[in-house]
Design a protein. Structure first.
Length: 253
C-alpha cells in the first residue's frame, strides 16, 4: 500500500474478507518527509500507540514476518485470536488502518450478542416471530465506543508528539455492515431493533491539532453519535457512554 495505493491490492491478512473498519489520517499539508526517517516512524508508533485493553492501537507486531520497512513507510499486520488488522504509516504522516470487525471474527461473540438481543427485545415483547438467522451479524455498542475512542486518542497523541500541525483530517469507514444489528450485552437495557441499511458508512472530520490534544474524547463521542445514527439510533444518549469512555481511558473499565 502506498500514498496512492489501490486497496484492491492483496493484503497479507484477510481483513476485507469480513466487515471491517478503515481509518485514515491525512495532514492538511503534504510533506513527503514530515517524519524524517523510518526509524522515527517506528519510534513514533511505539511512543504513541494506545494500550488500554490488551491489544494496542495500532498493533506493532514483534514478529519479523508481520511487519515491514518500505521506501517511504512502515507497515504491520496481525491475524491472532480474532484480531485481524493491517496498517501503514507513511513519512508524509498519512496513516491507514484496516481492521476486521471483532464481533464478526472472534469465536462465539456473534452468538452471545444474538442471544442478548433476543433477550432484550423479548423483554419488550418485540419481534416474536422474527427469524434471527437472517441477521448477518451484530455491532456491540461498547466495543464501538472503545474502538472510536482509540482512533481519536492515537491521533491526539501523534499531534502531541509534534508531528501534525494545523488541522488533521480523520476518516472513519465501516464496511460490509448492511443488515448488521446494533446491540449491547445482557447487563444493559436495550429496547429497539436497530440495523444498518447501508453496506458502507463513512465520514471525515477535520480537526485542529490543538483541539485533538485538548478534547480527543469529546471528538470521538461526536463520531460515535454519528455512527450510531446510521444504525437508526437517533439522538443517542451519550451520557452513560461517556462514563464508560472515561473508565476506559483511565484504565478502570
Amino acid at each position: 500500500m502506498s500514498d496512492q495505493a489501490n486497496e484492491s491490492d492483496r493484503l497479507p491478512v484477510p481483513v476485507t474478507d469480513y466487515p471491517y473498519w478503515r481509518v485514515v489520517f491525512r495532514p492538511k499539508t503534504y510533506n513527503p518527509e514530515l517524519i524524517a526517517s523510518l526509524t522515527d516512524c517506528v519510534k513514533l508508533v511505539e511512543k504513541t500507540r494506545v494500550r488500554l485493553r490488551g491489544w494496542d492501537f495500532p498493533f506493532w507486531s514483534p514478529h519479523a514476518g508481520e511487519h515491514s520497512l518500505r521506501s517511504t513507510s512502515i507497515a504491520s499486520w496481525a491475524n491472532f485470536m480474532g484480531s485481524i488488522e493491517y496498517w501503514e504509516l507513511f513519512q508524509s504522516g498519512q496513516f491507514v488502518h484496516l481492521a476486521a470487525v471483532r464481533e464478526a471474527t472472534r469465536a462465539n461473540w456473534r452468538e452471545k450478542l444474538q442471544q442478548a438481543t433476543i433477550s432484550h427485545l423479548g423483554h419488550w415483547g418485540q419481534l416474536k416471530d422474527f427469524d434471527w438467522n437472517t441477521v448477518p451479524g451484530y455491532i456491540d455498542i461498547l466495543n464501538s465506543v472503545y474502538t472510536v475512542t482509540e482512533i481519536f486518542e492515537f491521533a491526539a497523541r501523534v499531534c502531541q508528539a509534534g508531528v501534525y500541525h494545523g488541522s488533521l483530517a480523520i476518516t472513519i469507514e465501516l464496511n460490509g455492515v448492511k443488515g448488521y444489528v446494533l446491540t449491547t450485552d445482557y447487563d444493559r437495557s436495550w429496547s429497539e431493533f436497530r440495523a444498518a441499511s447501508e453496506n458502507h458508512l463513512e465520514k471525515t472530520w477535520e480537526i485542529s491539532s490543538d483541539d485533538l490534544i485538548s478534547a480527543s474524547a469529546d471528538h470521538s463521542m461526536f463520531a460515535v453519535a454519528w455512527l450510531f445514527e446510521r444504525f437508526g439510533w437517533l439522538s443517542p444518549n451519550l451520557a452513560p457512554l461517556k462514563y464508560d469512555q472515561q473508565k476506559f481511558l483511565s484504565g478502570s473499565r
